[in-house]
Design a protein around this ligand. Structure first.
Ligand code: NAP
Length: 285
């Protein structure tokens, strides 16, 4: 099928660098997302997957400054460790103790976390669901769940229930997010408007044949988001669809957290449709 995406401008003497630092990063979808955005925006920049071993995180941050890079995404295992090497960390990332985005501004490095706001933006943009005044239930208490629970609380959800295999970690998430987050139970599923899986349960190669909650608890009143995106349709989403719920997979969060990073680096609105097309093409590949 012929591509309708704009060609990237040629690399010049002033092409800016951006990238993702993590280890490993070779299977990252972020280069496809970001480079498609820069091409659509006419920005003279390239985004690379930059493998950085754990003992080289400080060197990598210094290199971003030395190269006058636009910025960098940060992924596993560096989201917490990178904080010690930054000049400033924004309050959202600081509360989460996790940075997924570094902006380089006049030689200074500033850390952000766009995962939670990216999730909320995907709810609004892709599902027309505004969490303000609504009840949410999130399964999981890892890095992604923390960001999502805190963002739902900031977005005005009136009840954000956290369920997790390890209760102590659920309590930690609630402590980070504050009101209206609370540790709950499966009894809370029926009352929720939004149900989110933020665990790897359902993911290919991890627990693809499992579900994080009993799908018979779901119905037409629910919006169900599984942040797993490999496979695109998990068993949870298939079950929720059968029961008439509105559903979405993890591509929306992935897309919108990247869009927010581009907006932090450039100050311009990210071209979400071009990014979505590039993401789907990269997944099909
Ligand atoms: P993480 O920090 O390792 O946390 C994993 C969470 O899942 C923990 O709460 C853990 O419970 C729970 N868990 C793991 N295996 C489980 C099982 N077999 N049964 C029940 N609970 C289980 O991981 P993460 O970084 O938050 O990522 C979670 C998932 O989200 C991954 O699949 C990741 O690919 C996906 N993700 C998607 C996006 C996106 O943009 N769509 C962004 C980030 C992450 P315990 O606390 O009891 O160990």
């Amino acid at each position: 099928m012929p591509s309708t995406s704009p060609a990237a401008p040629p690399i010049t003497g002033s092409t800016r660098l951006a990238g993702v630092i993590g280890y490993p990063v070779r299977y990252s979808l972020s280069p496809a997302l970001h480079n498609a955005a820069y091409a659509a925006m006419g920005i003279d920049a390239r985004y690379l997957a930059l493998p950085v071993e754990p003992d080289a995180v400080g060197t990598a941050v210094a290199a971003l400054v030395a190269f006058d890079a636009m910025g960098a995404s940060v992924t596993i295992p560096h989201k917490e460790a990178v904080i010690a090497h930054l000049d400033q960390v924004d309050p959202v990332a600081s509360a989460l103790r996790a940075v997924n985005c570094i902006a380089v501004d006049g030689g200074r490095t500033i850390g952000y976390n766009t995962d939670g706001d990216g999730f909320v933006r995907s709810l609004r943009a892709d599902l027309r669901f505004d969490p303000a005044g609504r009840r949410a239930l999130v399964v999981g208490a890892g890095g992604a769940a923390r960001a999502i629970v805190a963002a739902l609380a900031r977005a005005g959800a009136t009840d954000v229930v956290v369920l997790n295999r390890s209760q102590d970690r659920a309590a930690e998430v609630v402590a980070i997010a504050g009101d209206p987050a609370r540790v709950g139970s499966m009894d809370d599923v029926a009352r929720a408007d939004l149900v989110v899986n933020a665990t790897p349960v359902g993911m290919a190669g991890v627990a693809q044949d499992q579900v994080p909650l009993d799908v018979s608890l779901l119905g037409t009143q629910h919006v169900v988001v599984d942040i797993v995106y490999h496979p695109l349709q998990t068993r949870l989403l298939a079950g929720a669809n059968e029961r008439g719920a509105t559903t979405a997979n993890g591509l929306g969060m992935l897309l919108h957290q990247a869009a927010l990073q581009i907006e932090l680096w450039t100050g311009a609105a990210a071209p979400v449709p071009a990014m979505r097309a590039a993401l789907l093409a990269a997944i099909e590949h």
